[in-house]
Write a protein that binds this ligand. Structure first.
Ligand SMILES: [Zn+2]
Length: 203
């Protein structure tokens, strides 16, 4: 039988970075702030997570507080998983970075581009039952990791109560609907505590 999945937060500076583990097969969801590789290494060490056991790094979206160390982690041996809707996004992150951020630009070299339809098979290969879903709303490149046990890593997907009556709001509403339909029950957001996904919440 597959080892049970454990989830640890190695976040800092008010952003959550989730290590999802099935035994020693691990995935990092959201990839640190720019210029903070030392902090990330220390956080992983404190949590007892060897960098070499990270089988992939997934950014829920390419904003600085979620993908800031994507390239440095890749150079340290953590494969960068780029979902099909994220390919156009990571060059933009490079364009937005300010020199004082010490952001290492993300290059296409060595990236693993993944189609949503192939995400379940890829996750199964590294020991996880689940899928990666497109969940736009906060940004077009936003994705969520959804495990079959109901755990959903939703990045900055706008909280249902804060969704406005605009195009982004409609996208976010549809994303929540998709997550519910696929069985999400527990949210591991990019900021703030773990919380249940209430079935009766509007959206
Ligand atoms: Zn954020």
């Amino acid at each position: 039988m597959a080892p049970p999945v454990t989830i640890v937060n190695v976040g800092y500076r008010s952003t959550n970075f989730w290590v999802v583990s099935a035994g020693t097969s691990r995935l990092l969801v959201d990839l640190g702030w720019p210029g903070t590789m030392g902090t990330m290494r220390a956080q992983l060490e404190r949590a007892g997570v060897p960098l070499a056991e990270l089988r992939g790094g997934l950014a829920t979206h390419y904003h600085p507080d979620h993908a800031g160390l994507a390239e440095e982690l890749k150079l340290a041996g953590v494969p960068l998983i780029v979902m099909e809707n994220q390919v156009p996004a990571f060059p933009q992150l490079t364009r937005w970075a300010k020199p004082q951020d010490h952001f290492v630009p993300i290059t296409p070299a060595g990236n693993m581009t993944l189609a949503f339809a192939d995400s379940r098979a890829w996750l199964a290969r590294i020991g996880f039952a689940g899928e990666i879903l497109p969940t736009p709303g906060h940004s077009d490149d936003s994705v969520s990791l959804l495990l079959d046990d109901g755990a959903a890593f939703t990045g900055d997907l706008t909280a249902p109560a804060l969704i406005g009556e605009d195009d982004a709001g409609r996208l976010a509403t549809a994303s929540w609907r998709l997550l519910r339909e696929r069985g999400a029950t527990r949210l591991y957001p990019g900021h703030g505590p773990v919380r249940p996904l209430r079935a009766d919440t509007a959206g």
